[in-house]
Design a protein around this ligand. Structure first.
Ligand code: BGC
Length: 554
């Protein structure tokens, strides 16, 4: 078979493009159904690319869309090189990719490295007998005693990381659901097979991968089986393979770890290009509730420098629970109390809610959180639906409550699908506050004052200067702890961000003497503020208000 045609991409080939990217996380299943079967698909996604372009994001991250029994919404892959029939065909994918690229949107897909579905032909074969050629592609043991120091991640459903296989009479290892056996990365054939899956999508033109659950690739007894040097070796090997054949492609590590551990996933710029900053996110929610900047400042101070070509991925919400693994026990209790009083809202070590409900649908808080997301270091990632303030349904199982259909209009099935409502893959949100009749893209497009219109604006401003994506960060230290103020700097470009984390008006005095003589230009309105002198610079901020100023020497 000849390899598929490469796309002509209308953006420059800056290999560091991901540093300036604004990501949009989309689930094909949830976005738009084109054939009326109640499930979103690639053709539907193509129909909505204009919307994504209008929002102003620059890169799409697609959740897994491969053949799968869908017991973990596609993170249980049964074929790495095809499209789930509910979502369309390989040809539909190629059309989508070309259409996205034509609009200047890059596309990031998922590679679930750590495990497959138990229905993947590799595992089906491996479990047939102890002598099977594929046996050593997975991790087996006669007893469940090995690797006891490894924690359980899905604490609500799993009791052990080992599951008994009655057919071949042995235990297999899995860090997630018991239907997701871990691949054995000590076996070079596994590495080759995964690289060949990645290569398959790279040949089709994808721009990069989110590497799911990377800390757990290799196991060693007596360790936590996380972040092992052998795991980093595997990643370095994959990166070498990537660099040998391609340029301007990238890898994003999902390593839900402390910043000092995540640092290793960048290597010496020879491992992943980007990694999520997991610990920052809960601390933003905490700072807002405490009305104190300390949690944010402290975690950023603990965040090590990363190699120049690398970048953090920052986010407020995603398709999973709001994970509280990277906080102390005390902080976790506090966040549960403040954000998930109802125990139905809790899942594993986290909170299964969307952004708007977490913030009690308070527009000022939603704006402030997004403002910080877009002005702190890192490439921001916006979760589909959060740009219009979509709600959730905590009564749906697992994490489904934050994965409901996108709300396009107040009409039939929110404009998502022509199917009977009963047939939708998940029910729409239909309560009086977040229901699609009231909250949808169509109505928000009509109002200049809507969250959607505001998000478009703030993203545009963020993209107007690389200081946000590439600039240094220096916190100011005003006496008023309810204010979080920082300077971002890139060459001559300087931006001052000031955020009021509290529910009441605040006065703050900033030491800006370094910039004496400069004039702050407020970036939303373009208006000049009083000139900075060597004396403390006074500002007043309304509840949850924030300012971005360009500092200009006029
Ligand atoms: C994904 C989850 C998934 C898990 C197991 C995570 O990192 O984000 O949605 O359930 O990996 O694949």
């Amino acid at each position: 078979m000849s390899s598929p045609p490469q796309n002509k991409v209308p953006f420059d080939d800056d290999p560091l493009w991901y540093k300036d990217a604004v990501f949009y996380e989309v689930h094909v299943r949830a976005f738009k159904d084109s054939n009326g079967d109640g499930i979103g698909d690639f053709r539907g996604l193509v129909e909505k690319l204009d919307y994504i372009e209008e929002l102003g994001v620059t890169t799409l991250w697609l959740l897994p869309f491969y053949p799968s029994p869908l017991r973990d919404d596609g993170y249980d892959i049964s074929d790495y090189t095809d499209v789930h029939p509910s979502y369309g065909s390989l040809e539909d994918f190629t059309v989508f990719l070309n259409e996205a690229h034509r609009r200047g949107l890059r596309v990031l897909t998922e590679i679930v490295l750590n495990h497959t579905s138990d229905l993947h032909p590799w595992f089906r074969e491996a479990r047939q007998s102890r002598d099977d050629a594929k046996r050593s592609w997975y991790v087996w043991n006669d007893t469940p005693d090995l690797y006891q120091a490894a924690r359980i991640i899905f604490t609500d459903t799993e009791r052990s990381n080992w599951t008994w296989d009655p057919g071949s009479k042995a235990y297999y290892w899995h860090r997630f659901f018991s239907h997701q056996p871990d691949l054995n990365y000590d076996n070079p054939s596994v590495r080759e097979a995964i690289w060949s899956a990645m290569n398959f999508w790279l040949e089709r033109g994808v721009d990069g991968f989110r590497l799911d659950a990377v800390p757990y690739l290799v196991e060693r007894d007596g360790t936590s089986c996380e972040n092992l040097p052998e795991t980093h070796e595997v990643l370095k090997w994959l990166r070498r393979r990537l660099d040998e054949s391609y340029s301007a492609k990238f890898l994003l590590a999902e390593a839900n770890q402390w910043p000092s551990e995540v640092r290793a996933y960048f290597g010496s710029a020879d491992e992943c290009h980007m990694a999520f900053h997991f610990p920052l996110m809960p601390r933003m929610f905490m700072a807002m509730r405490l009305e104190d900047r300390k949690p944010i400042v402290e975690i950023m101070k603990q965040t090590p420098e990363i190699p120049e070509p690398c970048q953090w991925g920052v986010f407020l919400r995603n398709h999973d629970e709001l994970t509280l693994e990277m906080v102390t026990d005390e902080e976790r209790d506090y966040l549960y109390d403040e954000y998930a009083r109802d125990s139905t809202m809790r899942l594993n070590v986290g909170i299964r809610r969307r952004l708007a409900p977490l913030l009690e649908n308070d527009r000022r808080r939603i704006e402030l959180m997004n403002g910080m997301l877009l002005s702190l270091p890192g490439s921001p990632i916006i979760y589909y639906g959060d740009e219009i303030g979509m709600g959730d349904n905590i009564y749906l199982g697992d994490r489904n409550g934050v994965r409901t259909p996108m709300q396009w209009s107040g009409g039939w099935n929110a404009g998502f699908s022509t199917a009977d409502p009963e047939r939708l893959y998940l029910p729409l949100i239909s309560n009086p506050i977040y229901g699609y009749q009231a909250l949808n893209v169509e109505s928000q497009r009509r109002s200049l004052n809507s969250l959607f219109s505001w998000m478009k604006r703030v993203i545009k401003i963020r993209k107007s200067s690389r200081v946000f994506s590439r600039g240094s960060l220096n916190f100011l230290n005003p006496a008023n702890h309810r204010a979080l103020a920082y300077i971002r700097e890139l060459g001559a470009e300087k931006v001052l961000a000031v955020n009021n984390l509290s529910d009441s008006a605040q006065a703050v005095e900033l030491d800006l003497s370094r910039f004496a003589g400069f004039i702050p230009i407020e970036m939303f309105g373009g208006n000049p503020f009083p000139r900075i002198s060597s004396r403390p610079y006074p500002l007043t901020l309304g509840p949850y208000q924030f300012f971005w100023f360009r500092l200009r020497r006029l």
